[in-house]
Design a protein around this ligand. Structure first.
Ligand SMILES: [Fe+2]
Length: 480
């Protein structure tokens, strides 16, 4: 006893499905309405077989529905094809990122069986709730009960359409933008742009100049941008089943990053720009400024938290994750789309992850970004921070050692689209695991006053495992 790290109760949480009503007294504005959704991996063991990386888990979605100070918390596993069949057989049937069902190693020449885990990113759009995995079309859930409706094609007729975990909603253009990677003889990227009713505006695919693993992309008013870091995939190994997906990725920093800009029409030739090698998982935001495209992201010198000899993503499940890991620094590319120049600059040193911006600023210049921050010696993050991207001033709240923060999501102020200083009007929410007291709570801050600590902590008496991403659904009172 006492030897397990504090994060063990978070990463190895065994959640049960629950619906719970909570009242926060008078800590929140009485006219505050909406729903916070979050998703992450939540099931790693069946019939004595335990997975080793937390990216191998099955998806669970959580919701916090606010009606003033009355909150309804709900959590449910996504009833994917994989989850249903494996629950029925009481054992793992499908392979995942690092896991081969029924055997310990990727050592047999047998095609792997992959199915969606539906765990990475929830998105609420055109009154529907979806949860995305890395390379499958999403699952649709009923937005209030979280019951699984089924696999969705998003209404697209093109069987070639592809989706990755991250999409972008441009509220200023009424667009929902997706990218998806397809790895075959050649690597391709497939873009899909929907309107605010979920109707297709445009889709197109392009051959990629290199076959790499990429988790996110950048979008602006007129462009979609891929940042192809040198994480090369040997797709033949994945398809043959001789290597896990992660062991098929090779980091070749000497190849540098390759940034590819596509016009949203799909009718202009792509433009290519070289940069130093920098592993990245998450964009912060991108926008156009005169003839420039500005792209902010969290960049690392290496992907040592995901792969290599002692990756955090693996060791966390066994309680053996120890730093230091390559820190997640805040980087900026400025690309002159006319003369082909790319300037890269490190905006902030430190160790950041899970960046978000005001939902109405996606694709437009943002003043503030929200993210988590931590010490590179320890896995995970214990601080919520609001970064003023113009002045560099950071407001933060540290929860202390043994407490873990999740991606902060801004519930915007009720004034609609906010500009300038009002961009920060709203409530900022981070789901917290206290590994010392073994409890979970949603910390709610007033944006712009992060230094003053949370307005309230909404305690959830349930095991809540790590969640990756979330979104905010704006509602009016009578919707909930
Ligand atoms: Fe992500």
């Amino acid at each position: 006893m006492g030897t397990k790290p504090h994060y063990d109760s978070w990463i190895n949480a065994k959640p049960f499905e629950k619906k719970k009503h909570i009242n926060t007294g008078n800590k929140l504005p009485s006219d505050f309405h909406g729903v916070l959704y979050r998703s992450g991996p939540a099931l790693f063991e069946r019939n004595g077989q335990k997975k080793s990386y937390f990216v191998d888990g099955d998806g669970m979605v959580h919701s916090f529905a606010f009606n003033g100070n009355n909150i309804c918390y709900t959590n449910r596993f996504v009833r994917t094809k994989k989850f249903i069949e494996e629950s029925r057989k009481k054992e793992f049937i499908y392979d995942t990122w690092t896991f081969r069902a029924g055997q310990d190693e990727f050592d047999e020449i047998e095609p792997p069986k992959y199915e969606s885990q539906a765990y990475i990113a929830p998105v609420f759009h055109h009154k529907k709730l979806f949860v995305f995995d890395e390379s499958f079309s999403p699952y649709e859930l009923e937005p209030n009960s979280l019951e699984t409706i089924g696999r969705s094609t998003l209404g697209l007729l093109d069987p070639q359409a592809a989706f990755s975990a991250h999409s972008k909603i441009h509220t200023f253009q009424n667009q929902w933008l997706h990218f998806g990677l397809k790895h075959g003889k050649q690597a391709e990227v497939y873009f899909t742009i929907l309107d605010n009713e979920g109707r297709l505006l445009n889709s197109f695919s392009q051959i990629l100049p290199r076959a790499v693993y990429v988790h996110d992309f950048f979008t602006t008013e007129n462009y979609v941008v891929m940042c192809l870091h040198p994480a090369f995939i040997r797709i033949q190994s994945v398809l043959a089943g001789t290597r896990s997906f992660i062991n098929s990725i090779k980091w070749l920093p000497e190849e540098g990053n390759l940034i590819v800009i596509y016009h949203k029409s799909g009718k202009e030739a792509p433009k290519y720009y070289d940069a130093q090698a920098r592993w990245w998982l998450h964009s912060i935001n991108a926008w156009e400024e005169h003839d420039k495209i500005v792209m902010d992201f969290v960049g690392h010198s290496s992907p040592d938290h995901l792969m290599g000899t002692s990756p955090m993503y693996k060791n966390a499940l066994t309680g053996t994750a120890h730093g230091p890991y390559a820190p997640g620094e805040i980087w900026r590319y400025e690309i002159d789309i006319n003369n082909g120049n790319l300037h890269e600059m490190r905006l902030f040193e430190g160790n950041y992850e899970f960046p978000t911006v005001h939902p109405d600023r996606v694709g437009l210049k943002n003043k503030f970004s929200y993210m988590v921050k931590g010490n590179t010696q320890n896995p995970f993050w214990n601080t919520v921070v609001q970064v003023d991207m113009e002045t560099g001033i950071q407001q933060e709240h540290c929860f202390g050692e043994g407490v873990y923060c999740s991606e902060p999501i801004l519930a915007p102020g009720m004034q609609g689209v906010n500009f300038g200083p009002n961009e920060s009007v709203g409530l900022l929410m981070s789901l917290i695991h206290d590994g010392i007291n073994k409890c979970n709570y949603l910390a709610i801050f007033k944006s712009g006053e992060i230094n003053q600590g949370p307005l309230t902590l909404v305690h959830i008496e349930n095991e809540i495992p790590l969640t990756f991403h979330g979104c905010w659904r704006r509602t009016i009172n009578k919707e909930l």
